[in-house]
Design a protein around this ligand. Structure first.
Ligand SMILES: [Zn+2]
Length: 222
């Protein structure tokens, strides 16, 4: 049995800090480049993306609570520095590397801006080796029952008002689920975070289905 929830910082730093702070030579001038730096401090050549988690990639500390305004600012700042126009006169290798960097930055941003993707990612980042079976295999009777009940309600809903009420309920549940996730991650209760991630997944799915259903019903009315 794995001991979940002890010494979180050690575990986290073990999984992500290996690459942080280490120095490798710049491919262009052989000068020292700190892992994670996009540009060489000596010759300014763009570096390969390397192995960085999505948080560090954008200059954030790993954690569930992300200030979206700060995330946006960091992302647009990265993309501005990696804009293709800036590499038009550079070598093909630098153009290719800036593209790779840009792709990695986009991937990090797309993951971190969405609470569900962020939770899913963070559970795997912090729980690798702890939650060996992965989040999707959480067999939780309570979750399953709740999910089935909500689906039944949607199946039975016949009017726009009924669907809208269910959609609102899902939206409220999503909000409180995100609050719970924030607490679970803050306390490094990974099993709970995993369970809540699963719950958030089906709540979002339900919300989407409500939206589709509502659109169908209003088409029928008009
Ligand atoms: Zn260099």
């Amino acid at each position: 049995m794995h001991d979940i929830g002890t010494k979180p910082d050690d575990r986290l730093s073990a999984s992500v800090d290996v690459a942080i702070g280490s120095v490798s030579p710049c491919w262009s001038c052989r000068g020292p480049v700190v892992n994670g730096d996009v540009f060489c401090g000596t010759c300014d050549a763009v570096q390969p993306p390397g192995q960085l988690d999505h948080f560090r990639r954008l200059g954030l500390k790993p954690g569930f609570n992300v200030d979206v305004a700060i995330l946006n600012r960091l992302y647009f700042d990265c993309q501005r520095r990696l804009h293709p126009d800036r590499f038009a006169s550079r070598t093909p290798r630098e153009r290719a590397l800036s593209q790779q960097q840009s792709t990695s930055v986009n991937e990090a941003y797309e993951t971190l801006r969405d609470p569900l993707k962020r939770a899913d990612y963070l559970v795997h980042l912090q729980g690798s080796g702890v939650l060996t079976e992965g989040c999707n295999l959480v067999a939780d009777q309570e979750l399953l029952t709740e999910s089935l009940e909500l689906r039944e309600l949607l199946a039975e809903a016949e009017t726009i008002a009924e669907v809208a009420a269910l959609e609102k309920r899902a939206a409220n549940d999503i909000k409180s689920c995100i609050d719970d996730l924030s607490r679970a991650f803050a306390d490094v209760r990974l099993e709970q975070a995993c369970r809540l991630t699963t719950r958030l997944k089906y709540l979002k799915k339900l919300e989407d289905e409500c939206r589709v259903r509502r659109a169908c019903l209003s088409d029928r009315v008009s």
